[in-house]
Design a protein around this ligand. Structure first.
Ligand code: TTP
Ligand code: MN
Ligand code: MN
Ligand code: MN
Length: 411
């Protein structure tokens, strides 16, 4: 009967960016297991674990792109990224429904705590580890005992429960609509695009990623501070940080493309938490939406400061106090990113993701063309020149990768 079972097309394209990866696929139980092992490796230190994490992810991505449910390990013959260790885990799931290795990690007390703590906004693996070493086991315990931490952590802890509640597509659409409406007054012609997981067709997400650009390059300069002033005047900002853009083409040809504060790209952006009116969580009429319409903000008052810090100083209220207040809003994580138009389509690909899709398309660009790909552009390292693109499709064409729409980039 093996002959009648489907097998992968042979050979499977090596990079996930060369394959269609839909959101809903046929192998979620296998992928869930492998991504748990990825997760576990990512939490542990060292280059070996980093490589291990990537290996689990790549294997998971192969399974995600299969057009059929795996029923026999031989169906994977001809697939890259499926080594002996992966096969062992998959075989065990095929035979018993579970894998001992996976279940051992799932029940590992350290893993469980890391899982809880790294979900806190502002907490990476280092902070999570530090909390575990203090002997804390729940976010509540951290909240009662931890007094250090930057504004991210303080708000992340105080608003943890509601930030854990996933943002719905409807909420994301409502927020986008609201921002677009504000933009009409602030800077006509600015374009606003909902990116991230929602762009890839997810119905829920952990935040709202909005990418802005203006077709006449230069017009976008100064826009974000003005938008933030408007949001501030409407009392919609809980906390956040505005970062100036730090892009130089020069840096794209060097090995260290990361910014000083270890950000993934050099765009001007705001990362923060919005006070999301509860009425925006359901379908609402345009009228109701724009009823409290008075953009009276001083459009130039937003300074290069951390509004959260400013707030913490001028406000008597601590994040915990604010969280405890009776209020008509809930906290929602929002990223606002500004891209100059000549970098826009690269920014769009980068901020659409997935994270793994970006990794693979960048590795592919480097290995096959000696191009450095970032969210700012594509840079030919041999000829030392950049390769501009006027659409997403053009980027794929330059690279010689088949074009897949965002819904098929769920690697
Ligand atoms: P996120 O908002 O972190 O992720 P997401 O929108 O895909 O998922 P979620 O629904 O949970 O919010 O990042 C937005 C995009 O930015 C992501 O799709 C790809 C890109 N990105 C990277 O390329 N690498 C990264 O490390 C991160 C955090 C994001
Ligand atoms: Mn985190
Ligand atoms: Mn997102
Ligand atoms: Mn985000």
């Amino acid at each position: 009967n093996q002959a009648s079972e489907p097998t992968v097309q042979s050979p499977v394209p090596e990079y996930s960016c060369q394959r269609s990866t839909p959101l809903k696929h046929h192998n979620s139980r296998f992928c869930e297991a492998m991504e748990l092992l990825q997760d576990y490796a990512e939490m542990r230190e060292g280059d070996d674990n980093y490589m291990r994490a990537l290996a689990w992810r790549r294997a998971s991505c192969v399974l995600k792109s299969l057009k059929f449910p795996l029923t026999n390990i031989d169906q994977l013959k001809g697939a890259k990224d499926v080594g002996k260790h992966v096969e062992k885990v998959l075989q065990s799931i095929l035979d018993h429904g579970t894998s001992d290795e996976v279940e051992k990690v799932r029940n590992d007390p350290w893993y469980k705590k890391m899982k809880i703590f790294t979900k806190v906004f502002g907490a990476g693996t280092k902070t999570a580890q530090e909390w575990i070493e203090k002997g804390w086991t729940t976010v509540d315990e951290v909240r009662q005992n931890y007094t250090k931490g930057d504004w991210r952590l303080r708000f992340g802890l105080a608003f943890h429960e509601e930030l854990m509640e996933l943002v719905t597509r409807l909420e994301a659409d409502n927020f986008t609509k609201f921002i677009k409406h504000q933009c009409e007054t602030i800077l006509p012609g600015i374009s606003v695009e909902l990116c991230g997981g929602f762009k890839r067709g997810k119905t829920h997400g952990h935040d709202i990623d909005l990418l802005f650009t203006h077709q006449s390059t230069g017009k976008e300069v100064g826009f974000l501070p003005r938008l933030l002033s408007v949001l501030e005047s409407k009392n919609l900002i809980l906390c956040g940080k505005w970062n100036r853009g730090t892009y130089t083409e020069e840096a794209m040809y060097s090995d260290s493309k990361r910014t000083k504060n270890n950000q993934l790209d050099h765009f001007e952006k705001w990362i923060g938490i919005i006070k999301f009116p509860k009425k925006w969580r359901k379908s609402i009429s345009e009228e109701e939406f724009f009823s409290d319409e008075n953009v009276s903000a001083d459009l130039n008052s937003y300074e290069d400061s951390e509004p959260a810090k400013k707030k913490l100083k001028t406000n008597e209220l601590s994040p915990e106090d604010i969280a405890a207040q009776s209020r008509s809003w809930i906290a929602r994580r929002v990223d606002l990113i500004i891209a100059p138009y000549d970098q826009y389509f690269y920014a769009l690909v980068g901020w659409t993701g997935s994270k793994q899709f970006n990794r693979d398309i960048r590795t592919y660009a480097k290995r096959t063309h000696n191009y450095a790909m970032t969210s700012h552009g594509l840079y030919d390292l041999t000829k030392r020149k950049s390769l501009p693109a006027k659409s997403e499709k053009e980027i794929f064409d330059i690279l010689g990768v088949p074009y897949f729409p965002p819904e098929e980039r769920n690697c």
